[in-house]
Design a protein around this ligand. Structure first.
Ligand code: ADP
Ligand code: MG
Length: 741
């Protein structure tokens, strides 16, 4: 028998199979199935396990059960309120089952008299009749076997699950044995099935355990392909780019794990002894702070210093919860460049945030100096103030010209800005460090543009640190940002009082919220009110914020000093409002989500989020992070009186925890990975089986295998099978993974 590669099946059109003509091929195409490959990787959505099938006569009310029964009668009707109800009577040889479907009018077409179906649901008793409402239903047709795979079907495509099953059965049978691209010793070590066995077992398992093992192997393959792609591009970049060996030593004496990439072929000079000399500016700066850095901050800075020293450009992701002190870590990195007379750039996603960073950095760096001129020798006596500027698309022309000159001449040491920093016309004298505060909007492609744009005159790439304001589960980070090294700030500065979070569900509770705002304001504190998310253009959003601002001023917060902040305002007006709020000339800031990231006013102690049910977990957590930034006790109120739901897992999660990483896992669980993997087209490399929340361990395992497999060779010459498979899977847009914003 021939043994083939899985990817060779891509070349076999489905029309090669028995009974597949043009019409059926067209239907299959609607499911995205073109080739035999597509068929064998069209995986069951679930299984009907006949061994778990129960006889109606044996079942008690309240039990969840799988019942196989023949349909006797199907009837559809409408309620007075216009909803559709489909009722089905079925008989399983031991008893009758009444099945009722609310608002699923298509069931009347799907379920026909005489057909056998599997119903899975909870048994109820209604007027002495045994009944299930809205059960899971699978049409099994005349398929035999103890475990029947159920495939996603498409009513529109006119293909039933069992038809697809028949085609897959034939496809699998004719495929025969498959070459396994993963070496046997690796499979043994990881206790994974061979590919041939896994493909057969996932479509036709003899036990549920076997189906599970098959799923695990195939999910591993998906994750391995992803990790291999990421690893290759990482090694590729490392091979083809040359970075700056910054003069910096680990500052805090943490032992830094040097990644495999940074050793071996890429060996570097690591003989530098820690010395005050080299780190003068950085040490001086951290020594001047009125507090100690957290252990996590120190570790992060040492990792960064280690990377900065290496001639391989750093690409590192800094993850940390709200308030974990990322800004100081970022600033430390910028100073590592500046002390060696390179320049630093900090890029923020919004105007407001860039402005905030600029204020923070300017204040923190007041009084610090750098040696006079970069070209005038290392022992130049003259010193000058560190110069920090801000550049955005809204910067007035004259100022912009001045800043561009300063960047080109090297007189500006640090520039803070928006995407304007990588726009045309911006040329750096010697850019050495870039921090991207990215809030998920900065993908592989943008990073490539950044590299292009920021390469120094000598063709050296600056070191890059990407900061995420919202924690992402580790596995997701490894998948989406797998080409970056990961640093996690898992520690908050001491002395923070946890934020008390409450869900205001009733008008009474809402009144208490208002009272709280008034009491805090009376005590000299400040509050934010975040307006409900509304659909529509920026203009519509602004309009609703203005309305809310006026309403609150006239009603709940009459007599308080209110400010308004929304995205349609001119940058200078936004700045003015933020300044007034910082200076405590305002008590309550009514805002849209423009305040979501980075706004830092430690005197603000109450956050009120209106219609909280319209926000996602990450957004709520970010908004909440605007308070509790000092030692003052802070409060967050999620106002949601939507009467449709009294359970809202998102709001409940927020109330129960202030841990961003816990919330991120929760979010992933609730929303699935689709939203995280983002904007990609459906393609062959999609995760069909693997789940980033369920298969956490597999992600890590796959990453390890990918690292060993690629080694120093992005061509993977030693692994021809994997190499061919990757090439077949990878098309240009596939390697681009972006978070949805
Ligand atoms: P993040 O950006 O991670 O949300 P920030 O960098 O804005 O957090 O820091 C939040 C606040 O905590 C800032 O006011 C900052 O000055 C302060 N801070 C940072 N690190 C420490 C520390 N080690 N000890 C005390 N306060 C700190
Ligand atoms: Mg910050």
């Amino acid at each position: 028998m021939v043994i083939r590669e899985l990817i060779s099946l891509i070349e076999l059109p489905v029309t090669r199979l028995t009974g597949v003509g043009d019409k059926k091929a067209k239907s299959l195409l609607e499911l995205g199935i073109q080739s035999v490959f597509d068929l064998v990787t069209y995986y069951p959505r679930r299984y009907v396990d006949r061994s778990r099938q129960a006889a109606l006569a044996d079942l008690a009310v309240g039990e969840e059960a799988l019942v196989l029964a023949r349909i006797r009668r199907v009837q559809a009707r409408r309620t007075r309120t216009g909803k559709t109800i489909v009722e089905v009577d079925a008989f399983d040889g031991t008893g009758y089952l009444h099945v009722i479907f609310f608002n699923q009018p298509w069931r009347a077409k799907q379920l026909k008299e005489g057909v056998e179906a599997a119903f899975f649901g909870r048994l109820e008793r209604f007027r002495r009749v045994t009944q299930m409402s809205n059960p899971i239903v699978d049409l099994i047709g005349d398929r035999t076997g103890r475990i029947v795979p159920i495939y996603p079907q498409s009513e529109k495509a006119g293909l039933a699950s069992w038809e697809i099953a028949r085609l897959i059965e034939e496809a699998v049978a004719r495929t025969g044995d498959l070459l396994d691209p993963v070496p046997e010793r690796v499979l043994d070590r990881l206790d994974l099935l061979s590919r041939t066995v896994a493909i057969r077992a996932i479509h036709n398992p003899s036990t549920m355990a076997e189906a599970g093992a098959a799923r695990r192997r195939l999910a591993f393959d998906e994750l391995l392909r992803l990790q291999l792609m990421l690893r290759r591009s990482k090694v590729e970049t490392a091979l083809h780019s040359k970075g700056i060996s910054h003069l910096v030593n680990p500052i805090f004496g943490n032992r830094v794990h040097t990644s495999r990439l940074n050793s071996g072929l890429f060996s570097q000079d690591s003989s530098l002894e820690p010395s005050q000399e080299v780190n003068s500016l950085v040490s001086e700066f951290f020594g001047s702070l009125p507090f100690d850095l957290t252990g996590a901050q120190k570790r992060a800075l040492d990792e960064i210093a280690n990377d900065m020293r290496s001639p391989i450009p750093m690409h590192r992701l800094l993850q940390g919860d709200v308030g974990s002190g990322k800004t100081l870590v970022a600033l430390g990195m910028l100073l590592m460049a500046v002390q060696g007379r390179y320049q630093g750039a900090l890029m923020a996603p919004t105007e407001v945030l860039a402005d905030q960073h600029w204020i923070t950095l300017s204040q923190l760096l007041k009084g610090f100096t750098v040696p006079g001129s970069r070209d005038s020798g290392l022992f130049e006596e003259s010193e000058r103030q560190i110069r920090v500027e801000m550049l955005s698309s809204k910067t007035p022309t004259a100022a912009r010209r001045r800043i561009l000159e300063g960047l080109a001449s090297g007189e500006i040491d640090i520039v803070v800005g928006t995407h304007a920093l990588i726009s045309d016309g911006v040329v750096f004298h010697a850019l050495g460090a870039v921090v991207v505060d990215e809030q998920h909007r900065f993908g592989v492609e943008q990073r490539a543009v950044l590299r292009e744009r920021t390469r120094t005159g000598h063709g050296l790439d600056p070191d890059v640190l990407v900061m995420t304001a919202t924690p992402i589960p580790r596995t997701a980070a490894m998948t989406v940002f797998g080409d970056l090294d990961l640093t996690i700030l898992d520690e908050l500065p001491p002395g923070r009082t946890p934020i008390l979070t409450r869900w205001a569900k009733t008008p009474d509770q809402y009144l208490k919220v208002i009272e709280r705002v008034r009491t805090e304001v009376a005590n000299g504190r400040q509050a934010y009110v975040v307006c409900p998310l509304v659909e529509g253009s920026e203009r519509v959003i602004a309009k609703s914020a203005i309305d809310e601002f006026e309403r609150l001023g006239a009603e709940e917060f009459q007599g308080l000093r209110l400010g308004l902040l929304h995205g349609q305002m001119l940058p200078r007006d936004k700045e003015a409002v933020m300044d007034e709020f910082r200076l405590r000339h305002l008590d309550v800031l009514v805002a849209t989500t423009v305040i979501e990231v980075g706004v830092d006013v430690p005197n603000a102690t109450v956050m009120v989020i209106e219609n909280a049910e319209r926000f996602g977990i990450a957004q709520l957590h970010q908004l909440r992070g605007r308070v509790g930034r000092g030692a003052l006790k802070s409060y967050c109120y999620l106002v949601s009186m939507a009467d449709t739901e009294d359970a809202n897992p998102r709001l409940e999660a927020l109330v129960s925890s202030t841990d961003g990483f816990f919330l991120a896992e929760k979010d992933l669980e609730l929303r699935g990975e689709g939203t995280i993997l983002g904007r990609r087209q459906k393609g062959r490399s999609d995760l069909k089986l693997a789940s980033l929340s369920r298969d956490r361990d597999l992600v890590e395992i796959a990453q390890g295998v990918a690292r060993d497999t690629v080694g120093d060779d992005p061509e993977m010459a030693g692994h021809p099978l994997l190499q061919r498979e990757l090439n077949a899977f990878q098309d240009p847009e596939e390697s681009e993974f972006l978070f949805l914003s």
